[in-house]
Design a protein around this ligand. Structure first.
Ligand code: BTN
Length: 251
């Protein structure tokens, strides 16, 4: 499988030499942390055929059967990684670029990390900063995309590349396209395309922590969501989750 994935990589892609492939893992993000601790360089990739403990944002499980994409990259930025609060947005745009390159359809992004097509979740991103002695040392950015399968537990709210196209789309070409898309997109700044890709902007939203409702206005360069609340205040939401009316059952 590693050879198959590599066959899709450009000969010039530096990640070719630092690709770690595992048929099955608990979590590519966890493995990436372990490899980073052992000194794996910037740009190292960890790809798995399946995950037994795939992790999502906010402590959720990310259901990870064989046939989908599970991909993590180790970033060792020259700045303090806490200055890169837009990394999830960077990865989301790279994932949209990769999907578009492979199937010709561009998904959208539900702030901040969900890849969505026609109201259904296609995948997600989990960014984790790793601290050593209280100092943020590096970042692990994990991407999961449903390629061949829609995971059963979330079947009514999810889609896959194969469902989007009506053809079998395997994870190998998508992995290579994602590695290339990440290499081509500067991770040090918020990508301009995020605002166009983000379907949340302009929509009615509800904060899941407070239940407050409002209309999403913008996303800052740090990836925070700016919302004009119904009580007349303006909130800049840096973490947590908002529901978007019309998506995943929010009426
Ligand atoms: C989410 O939907 O909340 C984020 C899902 C992120 C899943 C990916 S799969 C590869 C990487 N390894 C993990 O354990 N999680 C991320």
């Amino acid at each position: 499988m590693k050879q198959l994935i590599l066959s899709y990589f450009d000969a010039s892609c530096p990640s070719r030499d630092s690709l770690h492939y595992y048929p099955a893992l608990d979590s590519t993000n966890r493995k990436a942390k372990e490899l980073a601790l052992q000194g794996a360089p910037h740009g190292s990739l960890v790809i798995a055929g399946s995950q037994s403990q795939g992790r999502g944002r906010l402590g959720r499980e990310f259901c990870s059967p064989e046939g989908n994409l599970y991909f993590s990259v180790i970033l060792r930025p020259e700045c303090d990684p806490t200055e890169l609060m837009h990394l999830t947005c960077w990865a989301a745009v790279a994932a949209c670029n990769a999907v578009e390159a492979v199937i010709g359809i561009r998904p959208r992004v539900k702030w901040i990390n969900d890849l969505v097509h026609e109201g259904k979740k296609l995948g997600g991103i989990l960014t984790e900063l790793v601290f050593e002695n209280g100092i943020a040392k590096y970042a692990i950015v994990g991407v999961g995309i449903n390629c061949l399968h829609i995971p059963q537990p979330v079947a009514d709210m999810a889609t896959s590349l194969s469902a989007m196209t009506g053809k079998a789309v395997s994870p190998a070409p998508v992995s290579a396209a994602l590695a290339k898309a990440m290499m081509d997109l500067d991770y040090r700044t918020m990508p301009e395309a995020y605002k166009q890709d983000c379907l949340t902007i302009g929509q009615r939203v509800k904060r899941m922590d407070t239940g407050d409702t409002g209309t999403a206005l913008d996303v800052t360069d740090q990836g925070a969501l700016v919302v004009d609340m119904d009580d007349g205040s303006r909130q800049t939401i840096a973490s947590g989750e908002v529901s978007v009316r019309g998506l995943y059952g929010y009426i």
